[in-house]
Design a protein around this ligand. Structure first.
Ligand code: HH2
Length: 264
């Protein structure tokens, strides 16, 4: 899954692909590089990011999704916590709602997801984006994330979301200490895969990679660590990885898969 952020302030690529034209050029590039899906986002979730009004967010993502849809069959997800944005994105051709709040942001989120009939990504986050990195606390990070995701999947099923439309995501970096929480969570990823839903892993360019590499690496200097995390995810059985560097990730996964098969 290639990331297309049409935001001025995303932590890894904010401001680089602004406007439908910039976003479309980036989307085309990611598809040419081998992305099987695109994730279009119009609001940054990084701590301290400015909130975006609903109409503004729709104005950022909908024209881009429509433009991608007009020229490509690549499945598109919309990265939003707002049901109205998800609704507009699905009307424009998105087939997946990627929600970092696991359909908890608005009271109607679960019902809207069921009504839209799209795939949903239910991601774990402790706290709210603005403050989530202040003091995250877990007694057992893998167990707590797994229990949360299991409960959100049950809530989605109870609201009428079809079982085969549900994806889970452990939410690397969302209300988790860079090393103390993200590393045990990644180490225990198989427990999340074992819940029986496809898992999406988003570790690309995240801060724990910089922390493990001496602390001084900016987001676009974290490719090596991002590839290591993608391969770790593949080995643990995740169904997709959400990445910024598609070409390099596709190559790494192809080589890993060939070695895993033992040839061919
Ligand atoms: N990470 C980010 C955003 N959305 N969605 C899922 N399902 N999983 C993730 O790990 C995830 C996500 C953060 O990355 P990015 O989009 O590059 O930054 P920002 O939120 O600042 O736009």
């Amino acid at each position: 899954m290639g990331v297309v952020n049409v935001t001025p302030d995303s932590f890894s690529d904010g401001g680089r692909h602004l406007g439908p034209a910039g976003g479309l050029a980036h989307a085309r590039r990611l598809v040419a590089e081998g992305a099987d899906r695109l994730d279009v986002g119009g609001e940054s979730t990084r701590p301290g990011a400015a909130p975006v009004a609903e109409a503004e967010e729709i104005g950022r993502v909908v024209p881009l999704i429509a433009a991608i849809r007009a020229e490509s069959d690549v499945p598109v997800s919309v990265d939003t916590m707002k049901p109205a944005v998800a609704r507009a994105a699905v009307a424009a051709g998105a087939t997946m709602w990627n929600d970092v709040t696991a359909l908890r942001h608005a009271p109607e989120s679960l019902d809207v997801a069921a009504e839209l009939g799209c795939e949903v990504v239910l991601m774990h986050m402790q706290g709210e984006p603005a403050t989530m990195q202040a003091e995250p606390h877990y007694d057992d990070v893998v167990g707590e994330v797994a229990a949360f995701l299991q409960a959100r999947a049950q809530a989605a099923l109870a609201a009428g979301v079809a079982r085969h439309k549900i994806w889970l995501d452990p939410g690397v970096g969302f209300g988790k200490h860079m090393v103390r929480h993200n590393l045990p969570l990644l180490h225990g990823l198989k427990a999340i895969v074992g819940l029986g839903f496809p898992v999406l892993l988003g570790a690309s360019r995240k801060s724990f990679i910089g922390a493990l590499d001496g602390g001084g690496r900016s987001a676009d200097q974290r490719l090596g660590g991002s590839l290591a995390a993608a391969l770790w995810g593949a080995q643990a059985g995740v169904a997709a990885v959400r990445v910024h560097d598609v070409r390099e990730t596709v190559q790494a996964l192809r080589v890993w898969a060939a070695m895993a098969r033992g040839g061919g």
